[in-house]
Design a protein around this ligand. Structure first.
Ligand code: PMP
Length: 285
């Protein structure tokens, strides 16, 4: 049986899951989304993703025509319907279809879409040996233009940086903010370790407040690893002892090179390894 996709309370096979070409999600990137994971059939931190989705929607003045509880149930139902144990889940809410033109008042029927599928973001060897990234020249959206805290269907900012990474032979790229500080990568948050202290940019650095990021901060505290949210520069990443990225799709992935410079001794460091395995354990509990 082909994958069953949820659209507005109904399931459609992958081939038949379609929405209007007049949907403002397509025409203008007007909508919000979440990327979640299920492990052993259970969705990881579902409530936090639902909360963030509704916050993103509130920020763009999009009313999701469903209660949070009903949407959570729909996510679980989609995973169960496809008999998935480990899955990547894409939850999308578009502005809905309407007349051409930006005016959201001319749309109706926001489309609620849930896709539960598999995802392989990065090659397996990167998890063991670490990967190389570059710093993109494309800066992260200015928070006063489009707040990076909104997980909107407008991902061009990140895609442009991703293209720079790919052209340099890297699958991920570091993005600085409008102040020149480290923000995050194109689809992942960033952590460094320096002198035994774990550091990550604060939310006001213009980042998406990652759910994996927050889980890793919790894990660090549980393991007695000092952890601070602090502004950092590209130089701090270059001279870090360790570096890793976090994201729902990526989980915890070590970085051993930035802009052709080895980080630390160029090997995956002990704190990265510890948090990587602690995270694996946590999601499978
Ligand atoms: N930053 C950006 C820009 C992202 O798109 C994502 C999600 N892919 C993350 C960080 C990580 O967030 P989370 O851990 O909630 O998946």
């Amino acid at each position: 049986m082909s994958l069953q996709i949820y659209i507005n309370g109904q399931f459609f096979s992958k081939e038949d899951a379609k929405i209007s070409v007049y949907d403002h999600g397509l025409l203008y990137g007007d909508g919000v989304f979440e990327g979640l994971r299920a492990y052993s059939g259970k969705v990881f931190r579902l409530q936090q993703h639902i909360d963030r989705l509704y916050e993103s929607a509130r920020a763009i003045m999009l009313e999701i025509p469903m209660t949070m509880d009903a949407l959570s149930a729909a996510v679980n139902e989609t995973v169960a319907k496809n008999s998935l144990q480990d899955a990547y889940i894409r939850l999308v809410v578009t502005r809905g279809s309407g007349a051409l033109g930006l005016d959201p008042n001319k749309t109706s029927n926001p489309q609620i879409i849930i896709i539960a599928d598999s995802i392989t973001l990065y090659p397996a060897e990167f998890y063991e040996k670490g990967m190389a990234i570059i710093t993109a020249s494309t800066i992260r959206n200015h928070p006063a233009a489009l707040s990076p805290r909104i997980k909107s269907l407008n991902y061009l900012n990140n895609i442009l940086a991703k293209i720079e990474g790919l052209q340099a032979g890297c699958v991920e790229a570091l993005m600085l903010n409008h102040k020149g500080e480290v923000a995050e990568c194109t689809g992942d948050n960033i952590f460094i370790v320096k002198d035994g202290v774990l550091k990550t940019p604060p939310t006001d650095a213009g980042i998406l407040e990652g759910i994996t990021r927050n889980a890793v901060i919790d894990l660090a505290r549980e393991h007695g690893i000092p952890c601070i949210e602090t502004a950092m520069t590209r130089h701090d990443v270059i001279v870090a002892d360790e570096c890793f990225l976090t994201g729902s799709a990526a989980e915890v992935i070590p970085v051993v090179k930035v802009d052709s410079r080895s980080i630390g001794d160029g090997q995956v460091g002990p704190i990265s390894k510890k948090l990587q395995s602690a995270f694996k354990k946590m999601v499978r509990m």
